[in-house]
Design a protein around this ligand. Structure first.
Ligand SMILES: O=C(O)CCC(=O)C(=O)O
Ligand SMILES: [Fe+2]
Length: 327
């Protein structure tokens, strides 16, 4: 990879069968940044001050200033932290959550992060920035470069800011491939993360779980060991990658798939994202990739609504399509 190699090297990246193009990395005042954003394409923005006030957020600082509250920490037996929606877990469906959600005080989390050895359960703190994080962090939060992000928000017609998630991860932690229904300015604060992105029109290559499943919006493909019998089109997936480091901001467009890994044998990682609602929908034909994904989501939701039993959905879909809309 011909990327800026400062601070990390290729041996720290996990193996993946696919090859990727690079996400453009551009200075914040390069006009191409807004061109890409207006086309809903990812870009790494260099040299902005978006989260500059957080550059001091190392473990010592966070331990001293992040207050006494409980924070949301996920615990996983593997390096993967696959998100699941509690509200979609129904008793008797046999779903086994792959991670455990804990409430943990920051000193306890940091102690365990520092003492962690290979083979032990991993931890990943994922906490919305709110007033439980203590006055010093709130102060740094207020000193984010809000001009930068509200500028992007208004220029690209995004909706309101919904939340800022703070992520503190162990080296090697992976957030498996998924998409979110929001625009995301993803600010890297400490350590390095490799981000692999795929456009929304690659739905067929990435095989999301059904919408009613707790793993809704997550790919069923295990990037470590892709099952090509079950997921043959994964071979054709065409992705883009970058490694973001401190001070860099990755724009993850709404509905774009993303896989995020904290580099192996690196340090812990700290990131803060800025999630914005999508802008008003403007419809022109043919529909865009993400709009078709939204249509499919609605069809799936409607089918569950009228059929009630999720097991009936594939039966109906097959009856509707096989031999009628297939050769
Ligand atoms: O940083 C990560 O591990 C995942 C971040 C993510 O998925 C997001 O910000 O939407
Ligand atoms: Fe995400």
């Amino acid at each position: 990879m011909a990327m800026d190699n400062k601070g990390w090297n290729a041996s720290q990246l996990r193996n993946c069968d696919l090859q990727f193009d690079e996400i453009p990395r551009l200075h914040h005042n390069d006009p191409k940044v807004d061109e890409l954003m207006s086309e809903n394409k990812p870009v790494v923005v260099l040299g902005s001050n978006l989260a500059k006030s957080a550059e001091k957020w190392d473990l010592d600082y966070l331990e001293r200033h992040m207050g006494e509250s409980d924070f949301t920490v996920f615990q996983s037996k593997s390096h993967k932290f696959k998100y699941y929606d509690d509200k979609k877990v129904t008793s008797g469906d046999g779903f086994v959550p792959p991670t455990k959600k804990l409430d943990m005080k920051l000193p306890e989390f940091i102690k365990r992060l520092r003492a962690w050895k290979k083979g032990e359960d991993r931890l990943y703190l994922q906490q919305g920035l709110n007033n439980t994080v203590g006055p010093a962090i709130v102060h740094d939060f207020l000193n984010f470069d809000w001009n930068f992000c509200t500028g992007k928000q208004s220029k690209h017609n995004w909706g309101s800011l919904t939340s800022n998630l703070m992520l503190i991860g162990m080296e090697g932690n992976v957030t498996p491939c998924h998409y979110d229904e929001q625009e995301n300015l993803f600010a890297q604060v400490h350590g390095f993360k490799r981000c692999i992105l795929f456009p929304p029109d690659q739905f067929e290559c990435l095989y999301p779980h059904p919408v009613h499943h707790p793993h809704d919006r997550q790919s069923m493909v295990d990037f470590d060991r892709p099952d090509y019998n079950k997921f043959p089109k994964f071979r054709q997936a065409k992705g883009f990658e970058t490694v973001v480091g401190p001070g860099e901001v990755l724009y993850i467009p709404m509905y774009w798939w993303h896989h995020v890994e904290s580099l192996m044998q690196g340090s812990y990682t700290v990131s803060v994202n800025f999630w914005y609602k999508g802008g008003p929908v403007s419809v022109s034909y043919p529909l865009k990739g993400h709009q078709k994904v939204a249509v499919m989501r609605n069809v799936e939701k409607m089918l569950l609504d009228v059929l009630q039993d999720p097991k009936e959905i594939p039966v109906l879909l097959r009856a509707m399509v096989l031999g009628r809309y297939t050769e």
